[in-house]
Design a protein around this ligand. Structure first.
Ligand code: SAH
Length: 372
């Protein structure tokens, strides 16, 4: 449980149940754990000495063996459209990216689950850096902690609130299952962030056994990165398809939406690549595939990055694709591209800070006349 390069236990690595168990093992009352969870997440306090309803003796005892470790802010940037992007430096010289997207009635935080990614999707810039390591639970929830803290600190963003979390940053969340679940528990916990289950979304390329396990473990929303309606094309774009082909993926999707105490649906992500997966025949195959499944398709205009090898579909192709789905009663939306002036758009999270000096300004340095 100790954080990398630290002998101390990071309190952010526990969900509430885990912290209660830990306190029991220290012969402390479990409700003390609840109080600490509230300090950490409701009050945004990361210093034992500010936890005034915790006895000084207990605070001193905790300081001996525990720490409250958060990643460091390496860069921050604010887009003209209000999107914020941060690069957080982790122990072990790794960095990750986290993006906040304000919309009219909500604010969505896009959170990373791994440093890099092993899945090698051909259109995703994170794939180009390969896989480095899983994030700890504390490093996942720490992104929510830091983002809400940093938004509040900056007068230009102080009115922004995180109402939604999407696990759509760097990495495949379902390949970091246990740490993901602890962080999700904290997002949902009324004593921590208290987000509704409809507002916390795990996005997966389709790690099927983990999809089933997630359903049994924690009640959140699911997005599936589909990107192609047939195996030949999907295997090209999402190599994981060779292990878990579309028919098995669809079975798992039906299991996900199936019998439960609430009606679930799935959001399918579909990145629109010019001339690759955006033809009418692909739209028609999508209709066959998704027929009757409670779902929504999110058409995502491809966001380019250096040497990507793909182009964004034209507005006309996206419109045509959307029309075929809609006519056939498949709910579909086109995702607005946000934050692309600061490389904060979907699929542009690269995690490297070298060579970024031109594109990402130093934290605190204003762009577009705004302070961050
Ligand atoms: N591994 C998980 C979580 C990462 S989020 C998953 O695959 O779902 C990945 C999402 O980012 C993909 O669904 C895709 O919608 C989006 N994405 C990746 N690269 C992109 C790019 N270059 N342009 C637009 N969207 C991209």
């Amino acid at each position: 449980m100790a954080s990398l390069q630290s002998d101390k236990i990071n309190l952010l690595d526990f969900d509430r149940q885990g912290l209660r168990d830990y306190f029991r093992s220290l012969d402390e009352k479990p409700f003390r754990a609840d109080q600490i969870i509230k300090w950490l997440y409701q009050h945004g306090v990361a210093d034992f000495d500010e936890m005034t309803n915790i006895a000084v003796k207990l605070r001193e005892k905790l300081k001996q063996t525990c720490e409250i470790y958060l990643p460091e802010v390496e860069h921050g940037n604010l887009s003209a459209d209000g999107t914020s992007k941060w690069i957080f430096r982790l122990r072990g010289a790794n960095s990750i990216e986290t993006v906040f997207i304000p919309e009219k009635n909500r604010g969505t935080l896009c959170v990373s689950s791994q440093v890099g990614c092993a899945l090698d999707c051909s259109f995703c810039s994170t794939a180009r850096q390969g896989f480095n390591r899983n994030l700890s639970a504390g490093e996942i929830i720490g992104q929510v902690w830091l983002a809400s803290h940093l938004l509040k600190q900056n007068p230009a963003t102080a009115h922004h609130r995180i109402t939604n979390v999407v696990m759509m940053g760097m990495g495949e969340p379902l390949l970091n299952f246990n740490n993901l679940v602890k962080a999700l528990n904290l997002m949902l916990d009324d004593m921590a962030y208290g987000l509704s289950k409809r507002r916390v979304t795990v996005s997966t390329s389709g790690v099927l056994p983990a999809m089933d396990k997630l359903k049994e473990t924690v009640d959140v929303s699911l997005a599936v990165s589909l990107h192609a309606p047939n195996d030949a094309l999907r295997s090209e774009l999402v190599p994981l398809n060779e292990k878990y082909p579309i028919s098995e993926l669809m079975d798992a999707c039906w299991r996900w939406v199936g019998a439960g105490d609430r009606k679930r649906h799935i959001m399918f992500e579909y990145v629109m690549l010019d001339g690759v997966n955006d033809k009418p025949e692909h739209a028609r195959q999508m209709v066959d595939l998704l027929k009757d499944l409670p779902c929504k398709v999110n058409l995502i205009p491809f966001n380019p990055f250096p040497k990507a090898g793909y182009l964004r579909s034209s507005d006309e192709s996206i419109e045509r694709f959307w029309r075929i789905l809609t006519k056939n009663r498949i709910l579909a939306t086109r995702r607005q591209t946000r934050g692309d002036d600061i490389d904060a758009a979907c699929g542009q999270l690269a995690g490297q800070v070298n060579d970024r000096s031109k594109r990402v300004l130093k934290f605190m340095k204003p762009r577009f006349g705004e302070t961050l």
